[in-house]
Design a protein around this ligand. Structure first.
Ligand code: DGT
Ligand code: CA
Ligand code: CA
Length: 600
């Protein structure tokens, strides 16, 4: 195959041995096993680019998976004289290679493949969405070696002509190449908000514009968004498109027409604009807000009633019977208005037809924050500042949940420092009106499920929030038992960020969420929807499962600054996506009600 004779890499790119196969944060096993797995995955990727025997490629991937799941470090297995070829998916040959990496930290076979693969080509694997198979096709069909080659091929429109590639993929690649690797990745909702609000505010002043709504996943308040979809009501779409294209943060105009314009911002975020006449605005909002499967289901419902739904309205024959507002459109389909957060085709259409839509929680239902840090642990502001900021938000209470001592990097409080903090809270409460600061802790759940504070210390607290901050690599069984045991403690009222995931950065630890939810319900322990923009943990699906099982939820900002209290809003959005109503949530209640509720 051509690759073997390919010219040396241009541009002096360095080989990035880990880059091609960066796997997020799966590395929860002993580092060594993870390193061996990573080496095998890189081998598989490079072999696949070379068009090697697919069985060989798969063998490396399977062995990598086995290594991921291994409970014991390979080095220890070898020291015990264990036969590695007994491991699933590991034959003689791979067993020898595992031993080689474990012993030397290197794999000669990989170095050989690396030596004959142009490094720039291998590096293309760091572009999101571009796997080894596609890299091979680009190389074989278009002679692409470097990122610059690839960009030119996209600009020439050659990439879209490769079978199964297409124009949309070409556009995505181009976006990724323009903005660097981060560009094509999905954005956290909070990151997209600045762009969304600023575009909206300026488009509202564009010629003839009556309304601007950011629709799509942004309006559904999905935790990450792929792009921004702006829906605008205006008589002249070309003028609005021109206005958008002229904004200074627009890096590339990808498409332009009388009703739709697509641009890519300098930040790498894509923006799709649709302009409709004001009497179609509601229909366009319905059409471009719901997930694809939601709008498909709506269209089928329309059809079943002898109607037609599109982005311009609901039609009977040629007559438009609705379109100006979303309410009209839903009504014409025999439905109550469905809040955007529910438009995911997860039962909301049936509920809307039967008048069973939930009364979703709103930010105004929130009466206090149950997860807040101060500069006593890893927060940035003082106790007084945080409590005053909570009062300024109209809260009746705020739980001061600094870390316990086990969280050493977070400067967690030992019993002595906690006791001093509780005294300070008592003094503050004695002089403050309008809010009560709750004596609380975000206590570490130790490896075996015990808590990091003695019962005497816990007894002085108004509220105990427990969380895992260490030993993420435990097996699913161990991790689950650890959480259940923590909930067995009668003082624990909330499990914070129950999965430990960090959006775009770290998978949650392995845990049996159904078992956690069932236990939470049985023990009367709440599960948190942590509102921090990088956590949003529980996610929408898990939180809905918790609600359905009858478990309580709590929405906590996990604020480390007074500004961070404002993240509550994102937690409420996530809760709405989970169909959560005020009564499912602890902190929609007054402190006396809440206090009675958590007493166990
Ligand atoms: P994203 O951007 O990946 O975070 O997710 P969405 O849901 O914003 O998806 P996007 O940007 O592809 O589409 C925006 C909206 O337009 C979304 O509400 C679905 C709707 N939509 C887009 N294309 C189609 C289509 O071909 N058919 C239907 N029924 N709806 C579509
Ligand atoms: Ca979108
Ligand atoms: Ca879009």
């Amino acid at each position: 195959m051509t690759l073997l004779n390919a010219p040396p890499a241009r541009g002096g790119d360095s080989l990035a041995p880990q880059g091609l196969i960066a796997r997020g944060a799966g590395a929860q096993m002993a580092a060594q096993n993870a390193d061996i797995a990573r080496t095998f995955r890189r081998m598989a990727d490079l072999l696949e680019i070379e068009d090697a025997n697919p069985f060989r490629v798969r063998a490396y991937r399977r062995a990598a998976e086995t290594l991921d799941d291994l409970a014991e470090p390979v080095a220890r297995l070898l020291a015990r004289g264990a036969d590695l070829s007994d491991l699933p998916g590991v034959g003689e040959d791979l067993a020898g290679k595992i031993a080689e990496i474990s012993r030397t930290g290197r794999l000669a076979a990989l170095e050989a493949v690396e030596a004959r693969t142009p490094s720039a080509l291998a590096q293309l694997g760091t572009i999101p969405g571009l796997g080894p198979r596609r890299i091979r096709a680009l190389h074989e069909r278009l002679g692409v070696v470097t990122a610059a080659d690839l960009k030119q091929a996209c600009l020439d429109g050659r990439v879209r002509r490769i079978p199964h590639f297409g124009r949309a993929f070409e556009t995505r690649l181009l976006t990724a190449l323009r903005g660097g690797a981060a560009a094509a990745a999905r954005r956290r909702l909070a990151e997209a908000e600045d762009d969304a609000h600023s575009l909206q505010a300026r488009l509202e002043r564009a010629p003839g514009v009556a309304r601007v709504v950011v629709a799509g996943s942004f309006r559904r308040r999905q935790e990450t968004v792929g792009d921004l979809d702006l829906v605008v009501a205006a008589p002249n779409g070309t003028a609005v498109g021109d206005a958008l294209a002229a904004f200074e943060e627009v890096a590339t105009v990808m498409a332009k027409g009388p009703t739709r314009t697509s641009v890519v911002l300098a930040s790498g975020l894509q923006v799709d604009l649709r302009v409709v006449q004001p009497d179609s605005f509601g229909a366009a909002l319905v059409y471009f807000t719901g997930s694809r499967s939601h709008t498909i289901a709506l269209r089928e419902r329309a059809k079943a009633r002898g109607l037609k739904l599109n982005e311009y309205g609901v039609f009977r024959g040629d007559t438009r019977i609705a379109g100006r507002t979303e309410e009209d459109v839903y009504e014409a389909l025999g439905l109550a208005f469905i809040p955007p957060e529910l438009c995911e085709d997860r039962g909301e259409i049936a509920a809307g037809a039967q008048g069973r839509l939930p009364r979703l929680i709103a930010l105004s239902d929130i009466r206090g924050d149950l997860h807040v840090h101060t500069d006593a642990s890893d927060g940035r502001e003082s106790l007084d500042a945080m409590v005053l900021a909570a009062r300024a938000r109209g809260y009746g209470y705020v739980a001061i949940t600094d870390h316990s001592a086990h969280a050493r990097v977070a400067h967690g409080l030992d019993v002595t420092r906690l006791s001093a903090q509780l005294d300070a809270i008592d003094r503050l409460n004695a002089r403050l009106q309008g809010i009560v600061a709750l004596k609380a802790s975000e206590v570490d759940i130790l490896k075996d499920g015990r808590l990091d504070l003695p019962d005497e210390a816990l007894a002085r607290l108004d509220l105990v929030v427990a969380a895992i901050h260490s030993d993420f690599g435990l097996s699913r069984g161990e991790q689950t038992r650890r959480l259940l045991r923590a909930m067995d403690h009668p003082r624990v009222s909330i499990i914070a960020h129950p999965t430990g995931r960090l959006l775009g950065a770290r998978e949650g630890y392995a845990v049996d969420m159904d078992a956690v939810i069932a236990h939470a319900r049985n023990r009367g322990c709440a599960l948190e929807i942590n509102a921090h923009p990088s956590r949003l943990d529980l996610n929408d699906i898990q939180a809905r499962a918790a609600k359905s099982a009858g478990a309580r939820l709590s929405i906590g900002s996990d604020a480390h600054t007074s500004l961070g209290l404002g993240h509550m809003r994102l937690g409420v959005d996530q809760a709405r996506r989970a169909w959560i109503e005020p009564q499912n949530t602890l902190n929609t209640r007054s402190w006396p009600e809440l206090k009675a509720l958590i007493a166990r």
